[in-house]
Ligand binder design. Structure first.
Ligand SMILES: [Zn+2]
Length: 199
């Protein structure tokens, strides 16, 4: 329990520091949010969305799941997406993967893991789609490339949702981006797979 008490103590210190840096922050945030970006990232503890871009609270709407997947039947993701696009009217959606993703690695390995296999099957679909490119590579190279290809495919999946296509009929200031994070140096890279309205 000591550990949990120390978390509460750390939070107290953090709140104090934030208030010193920006006295209006909490008052402003308690009235509402106006983030301009939706982040779809991996649940991995090493890829904390706000921290890696040095963003304070209120700047980003966030959805995270194993391997930053966009599954068309995932009501949780779709609800986040709809709220971000229709209510918050964000201008940017970033799907961010990361090298060394355990979910992507597990999808490449042929082991039975139980319930999670149903989720990993969506990543295996991506691998099957790009099998020509992947099959000639070593395991590590395959792992890196599949982390990138997975982001690319999830960007396409986002762009195909009716939430995004409907939004594109109304406004042209919504772009979907694909980024990848490098655990070894803490750097983000734009994969140049952005999609925006063609209308
Ligand atoms: Zn991951």
């Amino acid at each position: 329990m000591d550990t949990l008490q120390s978390l509460l103590d750390q939070n107290k210190e953090w709140a104090k520091t934030q208030k010193e840096k920006n006295p209006e922050l909490f008052e402003r945030l308690s009235k509402g949010q106006q983030p301009n970006l939706l982040w779809i990232g991996c649940s991995d503890s090493r890829v904390p969305a706000n921290q890696i871009m040095d963003l304070p609270p209120g700047e980003m709407f966030v959805h995270r799941n194993i391997a930053n997947m966009v599954v068309h039947s995932d009501l949780n993701l779709l609800s986040v997406l709809q709220y971000a696009v229709e209510a918050l009217e964000v201008e940017h959606i970033v799907v961010c993967g990361h090298y060394g993703c355990g979910g992507v690695k597990a999808a490449l390995e042929d082991q039975k893991l139980g319930l999670i296999d149903n989720w990993l099957e969506y990543i295996r679909d991506v691998a099957r789609l790009h099998s020509d490119q992947l099959q000639v590579l070593s395991f590590d190279e395959k792992h890196d490339l599949l982390c990138e290809l997975n982001v690319q495919e999830q960007v396409k999946n986002i762009a195909e949702t009716n939430i995004v296509t409907d939004a594109w009929e109304q406004r042209d200031n919504l772009t979907v981006h694909g980024w990848i994070y490098n655990l070894e140096n803490g750097r983000l890279k734009d994969l140049d797979v952005s999609v925006k309205s063609t209308g």
